[in-house]
Ligand binder design. Sequence first.
Ligand SMILES: *Cc1c(COP(=O)(O)O)cnc(C)c1O
Length: 476
Amino acid sequence: MTLDETTSQSLFDRAKQVIPAGVNSPVRAFGSVGGTPPFIASASGALLTDADGHEYVDLVGSWGPMILGHANPRVVDAVREAAGRGLSFGAPQTGEVSLVEELVRRVRPLQKVRLVNSGTEATMSALRVARAATGRDVVVKFAGCYHGHVDALLAEAGSGVATFAMPGSAGVTEGTARDTIVLPYGDRDAVASLFAERGGEIAAIITEAAPANMGVVTPPEGFNAFLAETAHAAGALLITDEVLTGFRASAEGYYGIDGPTADGAGSAAGAGSADGAGSAGGAGSAAGAGSAGGPGSGPVGGSDWAPDLMTFGKVIGGGLPVGAFGGRADLMDLLAPLGPVYQAGTLSGNPLATAAGLATFAGLDDAAYARLARTSSTLQSLVADALTTAGVPHTIQTAGTLFSVFFRDQPVTSYEDAKDQDTAAFGRFFHALLEGGVYLPPSAFEAWFVSTAHDERIVDRIARALPAAARAAAQG
Ligand SMILES: *Cc1c(COP(=O)(O)O)cnc(C)c1O
C-alpha cells in the first residue's frame, strides 16, 4: 500500500478541500516535518490508532490534557454519567463549583477563579482584568512564550508561530501590536530598563510560568519572583500562564517548583497557605498580600512571591475544552456582574467538561506525579543515550516532569537559541519514530508529553524505536 492510497491520505485530501490546510490547528498539518498526518480513529491509555489501523505510542497527549492516558475509564465514566444528566444548561451547576474548589485548593495564589473554554480565552480575559485594574494599556511578554492566539500576544509567540517561523500574525492591528512589548526571555536587565523607562504605562507582565512552547526552557533561578517584584514596584501586575505547566510540571504546576516553599523559606506574606489556607474565603493566602503593590516584605528576588493572576487549561479539562483564570479576589471581583469588566461564555462551566476535569484531578495524587516524574526521566535518558550513540548534537531541558529535546548541543535560554537548532535532523528523527510506532509532537519547538498510562511496556516500545530514529537524525 502506498501512502496516497491510505485512508489518512484520502481523509487529508478531503479535509483540505473544506478546512484550511486540512486542520483545525496549524501544527497538526505536519507542515514543518512534511508528510501526511495520521488521522486518529481511537485512543486508549498511551496508544493511538489511526484510520489505517497503525498503532502509535503517543507522546503528544493532546498537547497535555491526557495526563491520565486516553479514554481513562474513570474519566470516560464520569463524562458518560454527566451526559446522561444533560449536555449544557447555561445556568450554574455543581460540577463547576467543585472543579474551581479543586483548583483553589491545589494552587496557593488562587483565591477566585472563573472557567472559560480554552487557554486562549483565559489569557485574553486575564489581560482584560489587568488592564482594567491598573487603568493602563501596555502588556509585556517574552519572545518564544505562547499564550494562545490572543491578538495582543501573538508577537514572537512560540508553538505553531515558531514552527512556521512567523514573526507574528497578520490581521493584528497596529494599535494592538503597539501595546505589546516583547522582551528576550530571562533578561532581567531588559525588564529593569523597560520598567525604568515606561513602568507607569505597563498594566502587566505575562509569562509562561516555565516556557514550554519553544521547547522547554527552565526559568533562571528566581526569575518569576523578580518579575513579580518588578511589576509590583511599578504598580503593574504579574500574570503567570500555567495553561501548559499547570498540574503537569508538578502537582502545583511550576509555582509548586519556584513558588515559596511550604515550610516557609519566605516571611509572613509568603506561603502559609501551602496546606490549603488559601481555600474558599481566600484571605490570608500568598496572593492576598499582593493587593497594594505586591508582597513588599520579601527579600529581593527571594522566594516570597506570588503572581496576581494565573491562567490554566489543558490538564484541567481532562481532554474536554476548559480554561480558567484566577488569582487575587480583589482583581477577580472586577468581573461582571460584580464589577465593570465584561467576560462571559455560553458553554463556560459546561457539565461534561467539569466532570472530565474533576475525574482527572481524582486520579492526580502524589503517586501519579511520582510516576510521571519517573517515566519522564527514564525517557530522557533513553533519548540522550540513543542520540549520543548516533552522534547527534542535542540538549534535553526540563521544567519539573516536563521535558523537550533540542537538536543542538548548547543549552537553550531564549527564543533566539531555540530557533538555532537542526530542525531538519528533528524531521528525520520524527519520521523514523513515527515509522517505528511512536508519535512525537510534529515540531522541534514542543514539549513531549507522558501520561500515567506510559508504563514499562510502553517505555520499552519507545526504547526499541529510538536507535533507528537517532541514526536517521544523524544522516544529514
Ligand atoms: C496551549 C497554551 C495556551 C492556549 O490554550 P488553548 O486551549 O490552545 O487556547 C496558552 N498558553 C499556554 C502556555 C499554552 O501552552
